[in-house]
Structures are given as C-alpha cells and as structure tokens.
Design a protein. Structure first.
Lengths: 247, 314
C-alpha cells in the first residue's frame, strides 16, 4: 500500500493527485510559464504549481480539462479565458481572476481581489473567502459562488449568469444590472441603482442548494434573497432622469 | 498606474534593501522614476538631515558650499561634513547635510533654495528622501539604498500622468516645511487648484505643481496643529476629490487612505512583526518567502500602522 504525497500550505493539508506533475513558476516569465503549463495539460491530468508568488497572468488560456493546483496566491488575471480546466488556488486570487472564462472551474481557497469573474461567459468560480470589489462585473454567464461576503459594486452591469454570496455584501450591490441574477444571504449594505429584491423561485433555491452542496458549501442560516434589475435603466426615459443621475 | 509600497520593520533593519526589492517587483507599473522615503532610528540630539538635489555636476561643489554658507548665515550649526552624492551622468548630483538650527524650518529651507539650482527633497530628524530617474535597481545602486538601516519607509515608482518627468516631481514627496512627513500616492486629484489656493492662502508653499505633494502638506499642516494622523486621513477622504490611494509616513508610522471607490489597489500583510503594503500583492511575496495572509483595506477608509520604535520625545 502506498501513501499519497501531501503538501501542507497555510495549515491545509493538500493531497497531491496520483500521477501529478510539478511545475515551479520561479524563474519563468508569464509567457514561458503558460507555454509549459499548456504543454503539460496535454499530457497530464494534474499539475501542481509551486511558487506562484502572486504573479500576474498565470494559467491564462487553458483549453484542456486538466486539474491545475496553485500552492499559494496568484496575481492578476489568473485563469483568464479558461476553457475547461479546473484551477484550484491555495491562497488568494488577484485582480480579474477568471476574466472572460468560457468553461471549467476556478476554486479559490482564500479571498479574491477586484473583479473576479469579470465578463465571464461560462463555467464556475468558487471563492471560499470573500469576494473583492466589483466581483462578477459585466458577467455574461456562468456561476460565481462566494462563501464569504462581497465588496462594493459586485454584480455591476451583469448581463447574465448567477452570482451567489452567503455572508452579505457591501454597497451598491447589483448596480445597473441587466439580466444577471444575484443571490445573497446576510446583511447587504446597499443595493445599487435600479437593483431590487425579488423572491427566489423554488426551482432557483433547489438549483443553488445543489451547487453549494457540490462544492462543499453549506446552506446559509440567513434567508437567501434574490437581486435583479427593475429595468428602469434599460431604456432611457426623460422621466427617469433623476434615477440616471444617481448611478 | 504607479507602484508604491510601505514597510514597517519590527526593529531597525535593512529597510532600504527590502523596499528596493518590493519596488523591483512592480517595475512594470512605472519606469519613469523611483524614490524612497526612509526613516532612521530616532536620534538623541535635535539634528536635522537635509537632502537636496544640487543640479548638474558642473558647479555642484560651489552650490554645496553656498548652501552651507546660507545655513550658517542663519546660525545653523553643521554637525558633519556636507556630502556630495550621486553620479554626474544621470540627474545631477545630490547633497546631504546634518544641521542643528533654531530658526523656523521654512526660513532655513528658503535660504537654502535661494541658491540657484538647489532643490531640497527632504528635511527631518529621521527622514531621508532619495529620488532619481530610473527604475528601482538603478536608483538603489546609484544612491546605495541597500545600505540604509532604518525602522520604516515608503517607496514609489512613477508613471507620470499629470505632471512632467523630472526628479523634483518624483515620489515620495516631503511635506515641506514639516519635518519627517512624506507621501507616496497613486491617483490624481480633480480639486487640486482649489485646494492649492486655499492652502497657499495660509502661507504654505509647494516645490512643484504635483497633486501628491499637496496632499502631504494638507495632512502635515493638520498634524502640526495637533490633529491625529487617523483623523487627518479620514477627513481627507471627504475633502480630496479624485482618485487616490496614498501612503503617508511620519516618524511615528505609516497611514493609508483610499477614496470611496478604491480603484487604486493596495494590499497589506502583517507578518512576524513586520507590516508591508504595496500596490500589488506580488511585491509583498517578493520579500516574504512563505505563504502569508494579505488583505485589501476597505474603500473610503483610513488606516494607521505605528512604527515599532517609538519616536524620540521632543
């Protein structure tokens, strides 16, 4: 019987998957790192990345369904344009995590900085800590699940997709929403211009319950509220000029 | 853009070297110029260190002796040989004096700057500002920043947006004529000229037309009136208009204020008695090898971190 290789990072014991290959980011510029990582996703199911050191543009443009594990925080735009990979970050995510991703999954064990999931079109982002300002800005599809709280202006101008936060949100949640849906449990500091509360349908509640369970997140103690656009900003009407000036 | 960072060590240590390494990790944010505001341990006497740029190498020695004469003319006592620093080929040469004086700092400052071509970069009991054109490693090598032992400091690399690229417009700025107060700033003010007029009416002067220098004088004036750094920073969030995330340092510590939208990032870590903050998290990771917890100060908030070594009682 063989024991599996484990790595301890910030007190979390991580089991290294069988057959995983190791890649050290030290000494590689972002271009070379991504070139090697993409090549490894062609030949291996699991890649463990050492020393990401919060550097920018790591694991951008992955197209294979490989499992990429970052042993530490990543910088700006990690997982951008992801099209099928499972990216797991044992640390924090930087500005624009998973920007414009189309498919796959990004799991962040810490917090995310500004604008995680900006303009994402599909796939799932799971944040075990808090989501930074403007999480899910201009989201166009997919799902963002945040176990902690969201900072200000999250969900700003989301066209589509789903943003779920289990421990509240800051100011201006859902400002200038289009058809994006936000679900939030816990205290919300304020809603943004044109955002209103609505009741989740039983179908939506069941769907979210299942997604949370899939990612090891419990159902929140506080009631889950839904935030949608009232639609008054969608078409300009001179009578609504005062509302336009507030956003 | 601009990349700035601040560092408080648990005790006197290689603050110059560490800030250079942090700034080097953010070279892509602003290659125009780099500067450092470094703090010594508190001194036991009431001497003040003057850091100035003396212009071109040609004639610099004459200017140095002219400013020494100007200082002596006001009764200032030189406590060490005046030093001529820096290399001739870049942005000229620099001077460093240690003086003791009884006249107001603004009077001594005016007398020194009456020497043509001389610009004072800092005056302080603990503070020395060193800034020059070039990236972090170039400026650090030229000015031996790596040898500086101190308690805390700021560094900044600049991508000029609102004013010209030259040494005087580089960050950090000294809040003239308030000893030991310095600023590094990322952003731009939109009510700059109004604020400048108001502050100017109170008799305060600026070296440049840079908005960051204005913030430092605006805060330092309040500190001189007994307002706490926390309160002055908190008030600035309502009174300054525009985009800003700035770090303001004094002999006692470093404060940070962000505007209400916090579009200019700053990331902070408290690690083994050290407090480090930087525009980009990777700057923190550049000097700390192990995994650390970091946080982003909230938008529209002010935070103050005291330096580990208490300042000398006046």
């Amino acid at each position: 019987m063989t024991t599996r290789e484990t790595i301890v990072i910030r007190g979390i014991e991580i089991e290294v998957p069988d057959g995983a290959v190791h890649l050290d980011a030290d000494g590689l510029d972002a271009f070379e790192f991504n070139r090697r990582l993409r090549a490894l996703t062609e030949s291996h199911d699991s890649i463990v990345v050492h020393h990401p050191r919060a550097r920018h543009n790591l694991a951008v443009g992955l197209t294979r369904p490989a499992h990429v594990m970052f042993l530490g925080s990543v910088g700006y735009y990690c997982g951008g344009f992801n099209n099928g990979a499972l990216i797991e970050i044992y640390g924090n995510g930087g500005w624009g995590l998973g920007e414009a991703m189309a498919a796959g999954k990004i799991v962040v064990r810490g917090d995310t900085a500004w604008a995680a999931g900006a303009s994402m079109r599909g796939g799932t982002i799971v944040v075990h800590g808090d989501g930074g300002p403007r999480t899910g800005i201009a989201q166009k599809g997919g799902t963002i699940l945040v176990a902690g709280s969201l900072r200000f202006m999250s969900g700003f101008m989301a066209h589509r997709g789903k943003l779920v936060a289990l421990s509240g949100a800051g100011d201006a949640l859902g400002a200038s929403l289009y058809e994006g849906r936000i679900f939030v449990a816990g205290p919300v500091k304020s809603l943004g211009g044109d955002a209103v509360y609505a009741d989740p349908t039983p179908g939506e509640a069941a769907e979210i319950r299942q997604e949370l369970a899939e990612h090891g997140l419990g159902w929140p103690a506080d009631p889950l509220r839904k935030v949608v656009a009232e639609g008054r900003l969608w078409y300009f009407d001179a009578r609504d000029a005062a509302l336009w000036r507030t956003v | 853009m601009c990349g700035q960072c601040g560092l408080i060590l648990p005790g006197p240590g290689p603050v110059g070297h560490l800030l250079t390494e942090m700034e080097a990790a953010m070279i892509h944010r602003g290659p125009d110029s780099t500067g450092f505001a470094l703090y010594h341990q508190p001194t036991t006497d009431d001497s003040v260190i003057v850091r100035a740029r003396l212009g071109e190498a040609d004639g610099a020695e004459q200017r140095l002796s002219a400013l020494v004469d100007a200082s002596r003319g006001l009764g200032a006592q030189l406590l060490s040989e005046p030093e001529l620093l820096g290399s001739a080929e870049q942005a000229g040469v620099f001077g460093r004096l240690t003086v003791r004086y009884t006249c107001p700092t603004s009077v001594l400052l005016a007398a020194i700057e009456r020497v043509p071509g001389v610009y004072v970069h800092s005056m302080g009991r603990r503070l020395e500002i060193i800034k020059d054109v070039g990236d972090a490693h170039q400026v650090a090598a030229r000015h031996a920043i790596g040898n500086f032992i101190g308690t805390h400091g700021l560094a900044h690399s600049r991508l000029a947006t609102e004013s010209v690229v030259n040494v005087e417009y580089s960050h950090p700025f000294w809040a003239r004529p308030f000893l030991d107060v310095a600023i590094a700033h990322n952003g731009q003010l939109t009510n700059y000229y109004k604020m400048r007029r108001l502050i100017g009416q109170r008799g305060l002067a600026f070296l440049t037309y840079n908005d960051s220098e204005l913030i430092s004088v605006y805060i330092a004036e309040q500190l001189s009136q007994g307002v706490s750094l926390e309160d002055a920073l908190a008030r600035s969030i309502g009174e300054l208009d525009g985009v800003f995330t700035y770090l303001l340092s004094t002999g006692e510590g470093i404060g940070c204020a962000t505007d209400r939208l916090a579009i200019k990032p700053i990331c902070v870590t408290e690690h083994r008695g050290m407090i480090a903050m930087a525009t980009e998290e990777q700057a923190l990771r550049h000097i700390i090898d192990e995994e650390i917890d970091t946080f982003l100060p909230l938008e529209g908030t002010a935070t103050v971190w005291p330096a580990a070594v208490p300042a000398q009682a006046a």
